[in-house]
Design a protein around this ligand. Structure first.
Ligand code: TRP
Length: 341
């Protein structure tokens, strides 16, 4: 199946440096899988493994994370006949476009990128004589590679977290500049989509669930480990029988991200009636476990069959390249790198 051009193109990438956790599921994976089932949409989901190299020089971790993330999306039901699911590194045209965009992107624009500015600020705070200490060209040019990801497929909508909005604006800037310089409508202007309804889950310690805080609940840990982690979720010291506030409670928040409206309302009543923390944690564990059991089994089976994952991603790359390769030919011609005859 090829992508049809009259559909809205939705594209997003997942940096492959970690193990997917409940927060990733609720915030990104679940809405993306749902969106991919919309017949008016052509979705492009990819493993941003070239981006992973910016943050991580541990090949085992990058490799393992790519496998785990691919297995996770497949286990959770991504329909790869609809969605085009691929690895960024399998599309050499993206790296080539990255260079073309680098040559039209103002350096000053990159100086203003959040990730780069934060790294410089860290150096200044640490009193380093070199503000660019430890900063690679990969980090500096991160938004250019991201623009190449997006512009390569002329994505209309890019679902991202708030922190990524600036990068989409930069992609618009680069695409517009290329169009202007080479006098053509090569690139569409992408739009960031930040879904306010999508919940940001809290982690074990009550802060935002994030691998950098080491407070995550990985999606597909064993049943035993899941129980242990749920028991570790921070609660207060109220005794059984005392009414509890669901709205400030991480345990309740995690439960409600998975449970139906009715189930959530019922749990709310339990809180008001003073359910004990031990009981509440058991209930949440049982609930999560019941919902994760089947995808966890599929996930384990997929991890044991990397050949299958490889084949799925190769097929995705083929579909992606069926668009990227002819488009790249057009772009080469535009800049003066077309064939002589
Ligand atoms: N930078 C994104 C993140 O860290 C991942 C990413 C890479 C991406 N390329 C993209 C997201 C293109 C959307 C579109 O979350």
């Amino acid at each position: 199946m090829t992508a049809s051009s009259d559909k809205t193109r939705v594209l997003t990438g997942i940096t492959t440096t970690g193990t997917p956790h409940l927060g990733n599921y609720v915030g990104a994976i679940k809405p993306a899988i749902a969106a991919s089932q919309d017949p008016s949409v052509q979705s492009y989901y990819f493993l941003a493994d070239l981006h992973a190299l910016i943050k991580c020089q541990d090949p085992k971790r990058v490799q393992q994370s790519r496998l785990e993330i691919a297995a996770t999306w497949l286990a959770l039901g991504l329909d790869t006949d609809n969605a085009i699911f691929y690895r960024q590194s399998d599309i050499p045209e993206i790296a080539e476009l990255n260079w073309m965009l680098s040559c039209v992107c103002a350096k000053g624009l990159m100086n203003r990128a959040h990730a780069y500015k934060a790294a410089v600020a860290d150096n200044e705070e640490a009193g380093s004589p070199d503000p660019d200490r430890g900063i690679t060209m990969g980090l500096f040019g991160y938004p250019v590679l991201m623009a190449a990801d997006i512009l390569m497929f002329n994505a209309n909508k890019v679902p991202v977290g708030r922190d990524q909005i600036q990068h989409i604006e930069m992609a618009r800037d680069m695409g517009g500049r290329f169009n202007h310089l080479f006098k053509g409508q090569y690139f569409t202007q992408p739009e960031a989509v930040v879904d306010e309804r999508v919940q940001v889950l809290n982690g074990l310690d009550g802060r935002k669930m994030s691998k950098s805080y080491e407070n995550t609940i990985p999606l597909f840990v064993s049943e035993k480990k899941l129980q242990k982690l749920v028991r570790k979720i921070k609660t207060n010291s109220l005794e059984p029988g005392e009414p509890k506030d669901p709205d400030t409670c991480t345990l309740f928040q995690i439960y409600s991200a998975f449970a139906s409206v009715e189930e959530t309302a019922a749990m709310r009543t339990e809180y008001e009636n003073g359910i004990g923390w031990g009981d509440a944690k058991n209930r949440v564990f049982e609930y999560l476990n019941a919902h994760l059991r089947e995808p966890r089994e599929r996930y384990q089976a997929l991890l044991e069959d990397p050949g299958h994952i490889e084949a799925v991603l190769k097929q995705g790359a083929e579909r992606a390249r069926a668009e990227a390769a002819p488009f790249m030919d057009r772009l080469r011609k535009a800049v003066g790198l077309g064939q002589f005859v």
